[in-house]
Design a protein around this ligand. Structure first.
Ligand code: UTP
Length: 305
């Protein structure tokens, strides 16, 4: 039993990143040298998925272009003997992996975006990856960890993470009954509760394995918070019909839908980059040393401007 299809909802408006996202997708923003969506696709492939289903909008053509082969570019790199770059370009979409693009006509919410995937997913269990939640730093990528749980239990699995209690208002928060280390059965789910009303500090992050029953439920789900069709509302109903598990994954999650999370991802992943990691570390050390004597602790202009 293996998840073969991964859905990437990339049709959000990305308002927190305007104006960068005015004419292009948030998911195409690079972390060091790869767009966010490429990290997401790599994670899906590592979990065994073979078909990538992108839910796109009219401003997201760059995503389609990114996963298309560019024969002219490849020929130029080959002619110039730039083999490493050629390899990097070819690895964007490995052989045997297919991409399907479906337009979400209007940004009516994450739940609605997922419901648009029905024609490509059909009657199969499937994964959902929100590319703006970048998860790194573990031996096994997050979706592959979830896939292990799915193979054992054969039911829906949501990735969850403990967040500071005062931040529950930013997330879908679950009420759970533990069934094993890092694994629980979800008993309740609330979208963005105030900290004093949150049933726990376990937050749902952008990785899901879902059964196709979710499509029927989404079909009947009325717009909720913000006038959008909320995936959380549909999951709440799914829980009434089937077991839904919460899995505390290993790894570091960067909320790349926010400017601060995006910068953190660039710094931490940049520090590990084989080509520039050491030089970047030296640069950051010099930069932070130069702040040392400042009374107000604010950064000075760096040597590089
Ligand atoms: P977000 O809540 O981050 O919304 O969506 P957003 O519109 O992208 O960003 P902000 O809040 O305005 O800055 C979570 C994920 O769901 C997708 C987004 O692309 C993102 O991956 N999404 C959201 C859709 O595909 N369609 C929608 O209608 C809403």
């Amino acid at each position: 039993m293996r998840i073969r299809k991964a859905v990437f909802p990339v049709a959000g408006l990305g308002t927190r990143f305007l104006p960068a996202t005015k004419a292009s997708a948030k998911e195409i923003l690079p972390v060091v040298d790869k767009p966010l969506v490429q990290y997401a696709v790599k994670e899906a492939i590592a979990a065994g998925a073979e078909e990538m289903v992108f839910i796109t909008s009219h401003t997201k053509n760059s995503i389609m272009d990114h996963f298309d082969r560019d024969y002219e570019l490849e020929a130029t790199l080959e002619a110039k003997g730039k083999t490493e770059l050629l390899k990097a370009v070819r690895e964007v979409l490995p052989p045997g992996i297919t991409c399907v693009y479906i337009r979400q006509p209007e940004a009516m919410g994450l739940g609605h975006a997922i419901s648009c995937a029905l024609p490509a997913v059909g009657d199969q269990d499937f994964a959902v990856i929100l590319a703006d939640d970048l998860i790194a730093g573990s031996f096994q990528p997050c979706l592959a960890q979830m896939q292990r749980v799915y193979q054992e239990y054969g039911t829906s699995v949501l990735a969850v993470q403990r967040v500071p209690q005062e931040e529950t208002y930013k997330y879908g928060i679950v009420e759970v009954e533990p069934i094993g280390p890092g694994l629980s059965e979800i008993r309740g789910i609330v979208e963005k509760p105030d900290p004093d009303k949150a049933p726990s500090n376990l937050a749902v992050v952008g990785r899901y394995i879902l059964t196709p029953r979710i499509f029927k439920i989404l079909d009947q789900t009325k717009p909720g918070a913000g006038g959008e069709i909320q995936l959380t509302d549909a999951i709440e109903r799914l829980m009434g019909e089937q077991t839904v598990l919460a899995y505390e994954f290993q790894g570091t999650r960067y909320d790349c839908g926010s400017k601060l999370g995006y910068l953190k991802a660039n710094v931490e992943i940049g520090l590990q980059h084989p080509e520039i990691g050491d030089r970047f570390k030296n640069y950051l050390r010099d930069l932070t040393d130069s702040w040392g004597d400042d009374e107000d602790d604010s950064p000075k202009q760096s040597a590089n401007g």
